[in-house]
Ligand binder design. Structure first.
Ligand SMILES: C[S@@+](CC[C@H](N)C(=O)[O-])C[C@H]1O[C@@H](n2cnc3c(N)ncnc32)[C@H](O)[C@@H]1O
Length: 442
């Protein structure tokens, strides 16, 4: 729900700054950015205003380590209340060009406008009534001394790269050769990649359709088309007709690796929102069971199935406890797209690095092992289990697969891509995902 902005014009930068500060404060308290945006922006807000707040919040998440360091260097005292700190952090993100703010062309303002509007935002907010002069002093001090600004932020590697230091240390330890490139890819704006529904079209026909709509794009996978420039979902040609879905290219590899054939019994064990469930069904007439522990999220699977004209049995249940939902008939193939840290998709979700704690990894990895052990019981002898995580941490990748195989002597490892690192370039563009494939010895 939209909060008060006394005296700020609905389309003003001050309003954008204040809303973005409120959203960023919610993320600092532990709320995921998409939920925080939903909670703080009302249906009555102008679409252009919502887009500007969203851009600024995403940019701030990519720049937060640096903006926090700048705030520490230019504020004479710790900002209080916390909302004041967030207002300064979002304003510093806008001022800190050429910092990697990723705010997009929509949010380019003259520095004096940013300062003026940040002060106006503070005046308009009851909680910040005593703060306008502090906002003015910090931002002007930053603008007066660009050299000091440049020297202040990159004092530490983690600050320079805009990740928590534990995150940088983990990636560096796991990938001593290319850790810095991996982290840099996570700072890029993500592409908009589509999956063409092969039941309703072909990649070639869809590329023609894009051209007719004045949009450019190219094929980057068997069913994958990357748009030259991202557009809102509502503007994607053929989306509502079920001709395409939004899905990263690496995520699109799961269906091919699972290799489901017509007539087989397939379990998608962590299915919501159904991206991979639908892809598998687009490619083969299988008997699909889509399972998820979260009944609300399972509704999104139903929506996607409906849009694409596909059918699946939907089951709410805990994948590690088949005795509560399984009918006793073994599955031929199981996809286990496990809950994880999501460390491989930070370019799409830049808030994740700030929300996670280093200690989450061990807990999630235990949960993953537990789910895999449960699922192994419902797989038919001769069947296939495909493990997927959208993580680059080895505990959720190679170590997870190695430990699983260690506990199950009847699990025969099959060729699979293993750890795909996030990568972008002219012909390739995908998130960081792990794939592990096992056949159950008959
Ligand atoms: C990575 S997401 C799955 C994405 C999905 N496969 C897709 O391609 O659209 C992980 C899902 O696992 C679900 N989940 C978490 N713990 C679970 C459990 N114990 N049993 C079943 N589902 C679980 C979450 O609710 C979440 O929807």
């Amino acid at each position: 729900m939209s909060e008060p902005h006394a005296g700020l014009a609905p389309d003003s930068l001050g309003r954008v700054l204040l809303d973005a500060a409120r959203v960023c404060r919610a993320v600092r308290r532990g709320q995921a950015l998409p939920e925080a945006l939903k909670a703080h922006l009302g249906p009555g807000d102008e679409p252009s205003m919502r887009a500007a707040v969203q851009d600024l919040c995403y940019g701030t998440m990519r720049n937060r380590g640096r903006a926090d360091a700048l705030l520490g260097a230019f504020a004479r005292r710790a900002p209080s209340p916390p909302l004041l700190g967030e207002l300064l952090v979002v304003a510093l993100t806008l001022l800190d060009e050429p910092g990697p703010s990723g705010c997009g062309a929509r949010l380019r303002y003259a520095p004096f406008t940013v300062v003026d509007q940040a002060v106006a935002a503070a005046k308009a907010c009851t909680e910040l009534q005593r703060a306008p002069s502090f906002v003015n002093a910090v931002l002007r001090a930053f603008l007066r001394d660009p050299e000091r600004a440049r020297a202040a932020a990159p004092a530490a590697r983690a600050v320079e790269m805009n990740y928590p230091s534990w995150w940088v240390a983990r990636v560096r330890a796991a990938y001593p050769e290319n850790w810095s490139a991996i982290l840099a890819t996570g700072q890029e704006a993500p592409p908009l990649t589509l999956r063409v529904n092969c039941r309703r079209s072909t990649v070639a026909a869809y590329l023609d359709r894009l051209v007719a709509a004045g949009l450019g794009g190219g094929q980057i996978g068997p069913d994958a088309v990357r748009l030259d420039h991202p557009v809102p979902v509502a503007a994607i040609p053929g989306f509502h007709e079920g001709i395409v879905s939004v899905q990263d290219e690496a995520a699109q590899r799961a269906a091919g690796l699972l290799g489901a054939r017509a007539g087989e019994r397939i379990l998608d064990a962590c299915a919501a929102p159904g991206g991979k469930t639908c892809h598998i069904l687009e490619r083969a007439d299988v008997q699909m069971t889509a399972l998820d522990v979260d009944a609300l999220r399972l509704r999104r699977v139903a929506e996607n199935l409906g849009r694409l004209g596909l059918r699946s049995t939907l089951v709410t249940g805990h994948a590690a406890r088949p005795e509560t939902w399984w009918d006793g008939v073994p599955f031929d193939r199981i996809l286990a797209d496990l809950p994880c840290t999501a460390s491989g998709i930070v370019r799409r979700h830049p808030d994740i690095r700030w929300l996670r704690r280093a200690t989450d990894i061990a807990g999630l990895s235990r949960q993953q092992q537990h789910i895999l052990d449960g699922l192994w019981r419902v797989l038919a002898p001769g069947g296939k289990l495909l493990i997927v995580t959208c993580s680059i941490f080895p505990e959720e990748g190679h170590i997870l697969a190695r430990d699983f195989a260690g506990r199950h002597p009847d699990a025969a490892p099959q060729p699979s891509p293993g750890q795909l690192l996030p990568s972008s370039g002219p012909a390739t563009d995908h998130d960081g995902l792990f794939f592990g494939s096992f056949d159950k010895i008959a």
